[in-house]
Design a protein around this ligand. Structure first.
Ligand code: ATP
Ligand code: MG
Length: 239
């Protein structure tokens, strides 16, 4: 039987907080095909980041299954998961997460230190990736010497060093003004056009223009676009 690139089955993530259980994800089933650009939308607290973190192997599910190319993330031990993550995924976060003391070039090359690539090759590859995101002329700048949009493009370049099949981005434009945000969306769209599978959490409706698929989350459940819009309208009427 043909399997989808990503298959998520009955996925739950519960957090215990002061004797109460928060059901961040409450039984999610999803299939994502290779080469798609999926946008995940939902109100604050609906479970978007939790879903992305579980998919990226940065956290563990409470129950349920996550398979990427048939490999079960939920069954891997920490070492296997770390290796799989390094081989398969690139992450982009809202807050860029660059290392302040390193230049753009060093930030991009940093993850390669752990993959046995020689220093000269690391530099060359990092430079190529900076060029790709339009920052070849900022290689020697540290994060404080770059605009927010430029920092995020460095983060995108860094996410690509291990040539990941899957790129996960959690509100990558959340800290940016409109025009910088637009540049980031185009950069992510370019990755998709180059054949990568891209999954982006966003509040930004403009992002859906690039998407081949949309996922809507409400209270830890995947819902249809119609249900999502009904809920959004109801929320507006309450205010
Ligand atoms: N480490 C944690 N411990 C306890 N509760 C958590 C934890 N992480 C998330 N939650 C809870 O799980 C729910 C989903 O959180 P999540 O961060 O996935 O939401 P989100 O959709 O990404 O929201 P936002 O748009 O604000 O980023 C929230 O109610 C949150 O309070
Ligand atoms: Mg979030």
């Amino acid at each position: 039987m043909r399997q989808p690139f990503i298959q998520i089955t009955r996925l739950t993530k519960h957090f215990e907080m002061g004797g109460q259980v928060v059901r961040a994800l409450d039984g999610v089933d999803l299939e994502i095909e290779e080469g798609t650009f999926t946008v995940v939308m939902g109100p604050s607290g609906s479970g978007k980041s939790t879903l992305l973190y579980l998919l990226g192997g940065l956290d563990r599910p409470t129950s349920g299954e996550i398979a990427i190319e048939g490999e079960r993330l939920d069954q891997m031990d920490e070492n296997a998961l770390a290796l799989f993550r390094r081989r398969t995924m690139g992450f982009v976060f809202q807050s860029f997460n660059l290392i302040p003391s390193m230049t753009a070039l060093e930030n991009v090359g940093f993850p390669m230190q752990f993959s046995g690539v020689a220093a000269a090759q690391r530099g060359e590859r990092a430079r190529g990736l900076l060029d790709q995101v339009g920052l070849g002329n900022r290689a020697g700048h540290r994060p404080t010497e770059l605009s927010g949009g430029q920092q995020q493009r460095v983060a995108i370049a860094r996410a690509l060093v291990n040539d990941p099949k899957l790129v996960l981005a959690d509100e990558p434009t959340g800290n940016l003004d409109t025009s910088s945000g637009s540049a980031i969306m185009h950069a992510l769209s370019d990755l998709h056009k180059a054949g990568r599978t891209v999954l982006v959490v966003t509040h930004d409706p403009r992002m859906t223009r690039f998407a081949t698929h949309k996922i809507f989350l409400l209270d830890g459940h995947v819902v249809s676009e119609a249900e999502y819009e009904t809920a959004a309208l109801e929320a507006m009427n309450v205010e």
